[in-house]
Design a protein around this ligand. Structure first.
Ligand code: OAD
Length: 258
């Protein structure tokens, strides 16, 4: 894929004081983490994620939901951040005000080095009490699946947003204000279907930001944005960083740029 990066985009990004980025499962695809809507593999192939990632599924069959997340935790723990993740970590060092807003729960952005991050849908590596939502970092060994909260005895669950649940208010408020205030907004690896995340690029557009989509597929967002880079994030993001800030090789762990 030799599609060039438009000069106008490079100039806008280079001149930007504030950049906001929304990522979806596509940015982790090149790390081997299946995107949300592609078929699940192996044991879980017969289950539809939208059927498992719900409070009613957890009420009905807490063991099945816990084991599905345990399988996904294993997957993401074995996965490595890819050059797309590292490019976003490098970008955070190169832009005066950078906000990474992710729908992903895999923790790969943090492992790549991003710090100013909003996890709209939570993080699969965190566990919380299903009754009061407090994070729980350890519990007594037990044969019971799911394990129970050591404080109140309710089942433990992953700290992720399920379908039908509200997003963490703070996270959403931070994401909306970053989208409204930024000079450049990048939407990377998201099908731009699930609300309210899918509205963030449009908030940025309405506020006058230069908007960009990086995705090999067309999405409902594609016709609204100023620039579409139709290809993999793992290729376009490093090229975008390298073209905008030459000499800042961004495919490995982000060194702090002095
Ligand atoms: P999806 O699986 O809906 O979309 C993944 C997007 O990534 C698609 O548009 C693909 O074309 C694109 N893609 C695939 N490979 C790519 C690559 N190498 N580089 C760039 N893009 C690539 O995942 P999301 O949009 O993240 O919410 O889904 C959003 C939310 O829907 C998820 O966070 C989840 C789900 O409901 C909750 O769990 C609450």
């Amino acid at each position: 894929m030799q599609e060039s990066i438009p000069e106008a985009l490079v100039n806008a990004l280079r001149a930007a004081r504030k950049v906001a980025v929304l990522t979806g499962a596509g940015v982790s695809a090149e790390s081997g983490v299946p995107t949300f809507r592609e078929a699940q593999t192996g044991l879980w192939a017969q289950y539809d994620p939208q059927e498992l990632a719900t409070p009613s599924a957890f009420r009905r069959n807490p063991r099945l939901v816990w084991e599905w997340y345990a399988w996904r935790r294993e997957l993401v723990t074995q996965a490595q951040p890819n050059p797309g993740h590292f490019a976003l970590a490098a970008m955070e060092q190169l832009v005066p005000e950078f906000t990474l807003i992710t729908q992903n729960v895999d923790g790969l952005h943090a492992r790549a080095g991003n710090q100013n991050m909003v996890e709209l849908h939570g993080n699969i590596l965190r566990i919380k009490c299903s009754a009061d939502g407090r994070l729980v970092t350890d519990w007594p060994p037990t044969e019971e699946v799911p394990p129970r909260c050591p404080q109140c005895g309710s089942y433990l669950r992953p700290d992720v947003v399920w379908f039908g649940e509200n997003l963490p208010y703070e996270a959403l408020a931070t994401a909306v204000s970053a989208a409204r205030a930024c000079d450049v907004f990048l939407a990377v690896g998201t099908s731009a279907i699930v609300q309210p995340a899918a509205s963030l690029p449009l908030e940025a557009l309405q506020a006058g930001a230069v908007t960009v989509e990086i995705n090999p597929q067309t999405t409902p967002l594609s016709r609204h944005v100023a620039f579409v880079l139709a290809g993999p994030a793992g290729e376009f993001l490093p090229r975008l960083v390298e073209t905008t800030w030459p000499g800042t090789a961004a495919t490995g762990p982000a060194e702090i740029f002095t």
